[in-house]
Design a protein around this ligand. Sequence first.
Ligand SMILES: Nc1ncnc2c1ncn2[C@@H]1O[C@H](COP(=O)(O)OP(=O)(O)O)[C@@H](O)[C@H]1O
Ligand SMILES: [Mg+2]
Length: 157
Amino acid sequence: MKNKYEKICHNLKETKELAEKFAKLIEDKGCFVSLYGEIGAGKTAFVKLVAEALGVTEKVTSPSFVILNEYHTAKLPIYHFDLYRLENEGVKTILDELREYSEGRQATFVEWAEFSQDEIPFDHIKINVTYDEDESRKYSFEATGHDNITIVGELNK
Ligand SMILES: Nc1ncnc2c1ncn2[C@@H]1O[C@H](COP(=O)(O)OP(=O)(O)O)[C@@H](O)[C@H]1O
Ligand SMILES: [Mg+2]
């Protein structure tokens, strides 16, 4: 099964459709997702749309200043980290904590500091977001681990 999937979303509506499709695939078992990409690429926008598709009733905002936002009103708990403000060394020290958020039934999203391309030492789905043009964004998914490969395989269908 393919462990990669790429989608060009020409506008926010198409990103919403992708987010809804993804939400359906993770709502039973949860998932650990790490997102990479320049500021303004569309990482937070994607997380917000997935959280809304999962039924969050609160307003979903960027956790840039607080590092972690959590939501407990959706079909499963949602944890949204933004490690942008951590130095590279700081990212390394948080990996053990993040591993705990990758275990169990919850959706965890981590917006990663661009400069940190360290490999994450547990199963996850990596999403790289790049600007295409205007409102067009490319979302590239790559999965490690059996369940995550199944999820990304389903995106390909
Ligand atoms: N197709 C698209 N997908 C996602 N965001 C888009 C798209 N087109 C325009 N945007 C806009 O791009 C911005 C992305 O910002 P944000 O998600 O906060 O970026 P990041 O978290 O990667 O820094 C938002 O203002 C969003 O409305
Ligand atoms: Mg963001």
